[in-house]
Design a protein around this ligand. Structure first.
Ligand code: NDP
Length: 484
């Protein structure tokens, strides 16, 4: 087995195996071959993970933030030192081209860890004067947080959740997607090597049932999920039972609006990045590309030429630009959406087929034009390399149609008119909007959704709100004025 971890789970500072749990095959999406096997967590494993996290958390929270930050900084350093080895593992786990995993996945995770390591000592309370008396506030950790990840950016997601949780004094039990179980184990191993005390970051494997068990445990204070809207709805409801804190990073169907005065080359480049990177398996993708009618043909001509030139192939080859989808199930889902788009009357501009390479789950970069708002491909999240191009005439119309969705994760606008750019960016109902750019998510900026795309924010100072709670301490400075 090419990528077999030492054991399935990571608890209390070490790998742990329990073969009683059902077996999960880890498939390399570029070949369909099994590269590792892990076992689903049994109730005993879940209990051990939760109990050890609870034991460890109070002492961790009592450390000076700068000491917690020092350990996390060391972990970020180790991730950077092992960049190639980790990128190769991520490519095996997800099928994403090494060209991407070398620069996007673990490097983005390391940045989150660095960022929160530095931020931790700056998180303070305030003093509120009340004449003679006063109140001061303390930002306290929540306690035990559960992280549940999706399969598209497994290591980045684990880092984005672990970094603020740990930096701010919490412990975390993390469950990766069953499709991509390997990266989170590496993160746990690296954190231990960096000096993180045992129990503070535990990883348990499993399908949705294991996630559900974690979410409903009374010792859990917070749940942070990255996943689809239907899963988010279930997990949010389950967390509500115990009035737990939640961060929900869910799916999207984001609009990218291209006005006639935009640089066509830049807009085409952004639309491609926002639909084909990671084989289109990015939550914030601009999968509804609204193009103003006057530039439609020029836009589509350049898009077709550039999409057809994308290099697909062996993800381990650094020249490869587009790899397979993460799983066979996702391949079938995406091919189903392509068939539906054709049957509903969308015009196929390029792609549309499978590339049967080494039995991997490859789909060609696909562009549909003449897409209308009612078509399935314009309403549902495809999560594959499939772009829908829609026409529009005016700004108001574009904004109204862009917002006519239950999702609200992201959106973009391309135009040379800066007043219009800010007007549109402000009017789009989304957690993140880009002007003359797309899909850049630096750790310094808040990231998250509105409407069905989620609640809470990851990254940036905004995440402090989601991993701490405020305590008010009232200080009485004089005699008690009791009326009796
Ligand atoms: P899913 O919603 O299928 O799964 C997400 C995670 O939740 C998985 O680990 C899954 O386990 C687990 N899970 C499933 N059911 C339950 C349950 N009842 N209780 C607790 N946990 C459960 O998402 P995918 O993995 O298919 O990921 C794709 C989705 O993620 C897309 O919709 C995408 O937009 C979204 N996403 C959002 C991002 C954001 O930041 N907004 C970023 C990346 C992706 P298992 O897989 O083992 O069943």
């Amino acid at each position: 087995m090419k990528a077999q971890p030492k054991a399935s789970h990571y608890i209390d500072g070490d790998y742990v195996e329990d073969r009683a749990g059902s077996k999960i095959d880890v498939i390399y999406p570029a070949t369909g071959g099994v590269i590792a096997q892990v076992h689903e967590a049994t109730p005993g494993i879940v209990e051990a993970a939760i109990a050890s996290a609870r034991r460890a958390q109070e002492d961790w929270a009592a450390l000076r933030p700068v000491e917690r930050g020092r350990i996390l900084s060391r972990a970020a350093h180790i991730i950077r030192e092992r960049g190639r080895e980790l990128a190769e593992l991520e490519t095996l786990d997800t099928g994403k081209p090494i060209q991407e995993t070398l620069v996007a996945d673990w490097p983005s995770g390391a940045e989150a860890i660095e960022y929160f390591a530095g931020l931790a000592p700056t998180v303070t309370g305030e003093t509120i004067p009340l004449g003679r008396d006063f109140v001061y506030t303390r930002r306290e950790p929540l306690g035990l947080c559960v992280g549940i990840g999706a399969w598209n950016y497994p290591s980045q997601i684990a880092c984005w959740k672990a970094a603020p949780a740990l930096a701010l004094g919490n412990a975390m039990v993390f469950k990766p997607s069953e499709v991509t179980p390997l990266g989170a184990l590496k993160l746990a191993e690296i954190l231990t090597e960096a000096g993180l005390p045992p129990g503070l970051f535990n990883v348990v494997q499993g399908r949705g049932g294991v996630g559900a068990r974690l979410v409903t445990d009374p010792r859990v204070a917070k749940v942070s999920l990255t996943g689809s809207v239907p899963t988010g709805q279930k997990v949010y409801a389950a967390a509500a039972e115990g009035i737990r804190h939640v961060t929900m990073e869910l799916g999207g169907k984001s609009p990218l609006i291209v006005f006639e005065d935009a640089s066509i080359e830049d807009a085409v480049g952004a639309a491609m990045l926002g639909n084909f990177y990671s084989a289109g398996q990015v939550c914030s993708n601009g999968t509804r590309v609204f193009v103003q009618r006057g530039i439609k043909h020029r836009f589509l001509d350049r898009l077709k030429a550039r999409a057809a030139a994308i290099r697909m192939g062996d993800p381990m080859d650094e020249a490869t630009q587009l790899g397979p989808l993460a799983s066979e199930a996702q391949l079938e889902k995406v091919m189903g959406y392509i068939a539906t788009a054709r049957s509903e009357g969308a015009r196929l501009v390029t792609g549309g087929g499978r590339r049967p390479m080494n039995s991997g789950f490859f789909v060609e970069p696909t562009v549909f034009a003449d897409v209308t708002d009612e078509m399935t491909i314009a309403r549902e999240e495809v999560f594959g390399p499939v772009m829908a191009v829609l026409d529009f005439d005016g700004e108001e119309e574009a904004v109204a149609r862009a917002n006519a969705t239950e999702f609200g994760l992201a959106g973009g606008v391309f135009t040379a008119d800066m007043a219009r750019a800010h007007r549109v960016a402000g009017a789009l109902q989304a957690g993140t909007t880009w002007i003359n750019a797309y899909n850049l998510t630096p750790v310094e900026a808040p990231f998250g959704g509105v409407k069905l795309s989620g609640v809470g924010r990851e990254n940036s100072r905004a995440a402090v709100e989601n991993y701490t709670q405020v305590k008010s301490v009232y200080v009485g400075m004089g005699p008690i004025e009791a009326p009796y």
